[in-house]
Design a protein around this ligand. Structure first.
Ligand code: ZN
Length: 320
């Protein structure tokens, strides 16, 4: 077993000589507001949030595997003896939602309505993409409360707003915004140190959403994957997406497929980002939108995933 597969064994410790990432890090970004980060932020190594309300705890996203979700739950329990009353899912993807069932007995799960529908539709299909991952026992636990555009969470001691600002990473993204602390949990609308991913949402929509997130003037941004930061994370994601759009436009003019285009373009100025094979999937979405597909319109996601495997030269590593 690698350290990346042993979340119960490690936390916040110094890197070992093998430089295996710790299973998670907890960072208090404001009083009672914690970012739960799972290095290195690659495939299925998502971030979560923990808000310590006076009467109960809010958890923002869970984790992909049973072991990782149990570690998250233990970490929450160590921070507060109060019950977890609410779990917010920022979107439908399994790395953010598969651990819901470990909280569902005491907590109400909340998500944007499209996210809830996607979770019901896709079930546990993500597990099939990475059969080598030790998923553990995962039960689908769907949101019991949904919202369309906006919802204020009942959390004593905090103003907590859930905002759906249009299709971006998926059709049903929600951000969690704490206006008093100016803390923003973005879900996968923002990646930090890893390649953004808009295959199942919209490139143009993501750029619009990033503009609206910038207008909130957050001080602290907790991305869906990778290290927390500030509003500069919004800019780096927008820079990448504008570059993808420019590559897509040049490729369409030359009559290239997304895979040919990704091979021709290479990672460009973004070679430092993890999971660079997402470029081809992002180009699939970008080219379709340039050709008139509506944001979050239907695409052959399985074929695009296969393109990523081809571009990568094999199944990309998933260290969940
Ligand atoms: Zn996602």
């Amino acid at each position: 077993m690698t350290g990346g597969r042993s979340p119960a064994a490690a936390s916040q410790s110094a890197p070992t000589t093998q430089q295996v990432p710790a299973s998670h890090e907890v960072r208090e970004v404001a009083e009672g507001v914690h970012a739960y980060l799972q290095p290195d932020g690659g495939w299925c190594l998502n971030n979560a949030g923990i808000l310590l309300g006076r009467d109960g705890v809010v958890v923002v996203d869970t984790a992909a595997t049973e072991a990782r979700a149990r570690t998250l739950r233990q970490t929450v329990g160590a921070l507060s003896s109060r019950p977890v009353t609410l779990v917010v899912n920022t979107h439908s993807h399994g790395d953010h939602t598969f651990g819901n069932h470990l909280f569902a007995e005491e907590a109400t799960v909340v998500a944007q309505e499209r996210a809830a529908a996607e979770m019901a539709e896709h079930g546990l299909a993500l597990q099939g993409l990475w059969p080598g991952v030790e998923w553990g026992r995962i039960e689908l636990s769907l949101p019991r409360v949904t919202f369309r555009d906006r919802m204020t969470l009942p959390v004593s001691g905090f103003r907590v707003e859930l905002l759906h600002l249009g299709p971006g990473h998926t059709a049903g993204d929600a951000v969690v915004w704490l206006p008093d602390q100016r803390v923003l949990f973005t879900g996968d609308l923002v990646f930090s140190g890893a390649t953004p991913f808009v295959l199942m949402g919209s490139l143009t929509g993501s750029l619009r959403v990033l503009d609206r997130l910038r207008a909130l003037e957050p001080l602290h941004v907790v991305p869906g994957h990778g290290p927390a930061g500030g509003p500069e994370l919004l800019d780096t994601n927008a820079d990448y997406l504008r570059w993808v759009r420019s590559v897509a436009r040049s490729g369409l003019a030359d009559g290239l497929t997304p895979l040919e285009l990704a091979r021709t373009a290479g990672p460009g100025p973004f070679a430092h980002l993890l999971d660079s094979e997402r470029l081809v999937a992002n180009l699939v979405r970008a080219c379709a939108e340039e050709a008139g597909l509506a944001p979050a319109g239907p695409l052959d996601v399985v074929a695009a995933f296969q393109d990523m495997v081809t571009l990568h030269g094999g199944l990309p590593a998933c260290n969940a």
